[in-house]
Design a protein around this ligand. Structure first.
Ligand SMILES: [Zn+2]
Length: 427
């Protein structure tokens, strides 16, 4: 494959430099080499006609579960990276709740090597906060950072010990990385299977109240304030949670925070009929919560969109509701869902979407990309904002099919995913 590409005549949307207009982009030797009204194509360049398409800095998903090592029947680092590329993501951050968990430098090195070998979207490892995700002793944060970890988290589980969370924020600060936080008070939620509310009452299922999430959001905002550390709140789903983050940001607390596509477009009503494909943690909540999450995405309180891509095998999701695992796949539906159900509905505009899905995640996790400034890494997502398609899980590149969005009609689809100046996916 040529190492020079001209993306010709696309709508270049790059909020990192306030750009939204028709331009040519030249990629060469792995970098953005030129950006102008007209870039003469070098003789050996591949020219891609981008008229009618959007050219954006590559999308980055800071919250995915790739299941390797330990659950390779659900996903591997290679299939997850390929699914990311098919969804328009040039980079993903892999959560460490694997088996065994990614809690030491050797395990971090394994993820780095497997990501490189996959040769698709970039895969950045996130290490555990605590040894074995047991919530007792701090993992070797400095050594994991040296091996390539870009953040730490015990995601899938919260850190229940406030003292340990304080320590994590202090250590992570010393190494300049965020502590990514799954906020949940298990004492309130452990026995629950969905949002606690009218739908759980109707279905006769034990619920997880908003308070279980709110308590940890507030606690961890206070601990970030106490330590000066960077807390990154994952998959925020409650109205009190977003209001607490809004106030903390106004006080100058170092906090960044995610919205997941499913929390932007679905309520707990989606669980009706005991639909296990709508079972997730935190659970789908009420219409008031969804409205608050959407407003928070618009005003920047929630600054990042992240999928929480959580592949599960068909058989596991076929279980009774109470026994089925939490989570849905998200990499291959995120862009279409956000364009169709968030941007087209006027919640945010297209440049703000690129900010939330590329520029800000790169800044928060200090990753290359998130910009098309000259000299930056040539990670680019080219998408067709007008392409209509129907979600067909059987066509997913991911090994898993667990999605509540089967049959949804969406508008907007990736066309080219380019990593380091190389086309890794073409639709
Ligand atoms: Zn989580």
């Amino acid at each position: 494959m040529s190492d020079k590409i001209v993306l010709a005549g696309g709508r270049v949307v790059d909020p990192s430099q306030g750009l939204d207009r028709t331009l040519d982009v030249l990629l060469a030797e792995g970098s953005v080499a030129a950006l102008a009204d007209e870039v003469p194509a070098p003789e050996d360049a591949r020219v891609i006609d981008c008229s009618g398409l959007v050219v954006a800095p590559g999308l980055i998903d800071v919250h995915v579960h790739l299941r390797e090592p330990g659950e390779e029947h659900k996903e591997t680092i290679a299939t997850g990276a390929a699914a990311a590329a098919a969804g328009g993501f040039t980079a993903v951050c892999a959560m460490p709740n694997t088996d065994p968990p990614i809690d030491d430098p050797a395990a971090v090195g394994f993820v780095v090597a497997a990501g490189r070998a996959a040769g698709s979207s970039r895969v950045y490892p996130v290490g555990c906060i605590s040894v074995g995700r047991q919530g007792e002793r701090l993992a070797l944060i400095g050594e994991m950072v040296e091996a390539g970890a870009v953040a730490v988290t015990d995601d899938g589980s919260p850190v229940m010990d406030s003292g340990l969370m304080r320590l994590a924020l202090e250590y992570a600060q010393a190494f300049g990385i965020p502590v990514a936080d799954h906020p949940e008070d298990l004492g309130l939620s452990e026995l629950g299977h969905m949002n606690e509310g009218v739908v759980s009452a109707r279905l006769g299922l034990a619920g997880k109240p908003n308070a279980s999430e709110d308590i940890h959001i507030v606690r961890d905002l206070l601990l970030a304030e106490l330590t000066g550390g960077h807390i990154h709140l994952q998959h925020v789903s409650t109205r009190f949670g977003v209001e607490s983050i809004r106030q903390a940001k106004a006080r100058g607390v170092h906090v960044t925070a995610e919205a997941s596509p499913h929390h932007l477009v679905l309520t707990h009503e989606a669980v009706d009929g005991y639909r296990t494909e709508a079972k997730m943690n935190p659970p789908l909540r009420t219409a008031e919560d969804v409205a608050a999450v959407r407003a928070a995405l618009a005003d920047g309180t929630l600054d990042t969109i992240a999928t929480d891509h959580a592949p599960h095998h068909y058989d596991e999701k076929e279980a009774a509701f109470a026994d089925a695992p939490n989570g849905i796949v998200g990499l291959e539906t995120a862009l279409g869902l956000v364009l169709t159900r968030v941007v087209a509905e006027g919640v945010i505009d297209l440049p703000t979407m690129v900010e939330r899905m590329s520029c800000q995640p790169a800044r928060a996790f200090q990753l290359p990309g998130g910009t098309l400034t000259r000299g930056s890494v040539a990670d680019v997502t080219v998408f067709d904002p007008d392409a209509a398609w129907t979600v067909d899980p059987s066509a997913f590149v991911s090994k898993s099919r667990n999605t509540p969005f089967a049959g949804w009609e969406l508008t907007g689809r990736p066309r080219f995913t380019i990593v380091g100046g190389r086309v890794v996916w073409e639709g």
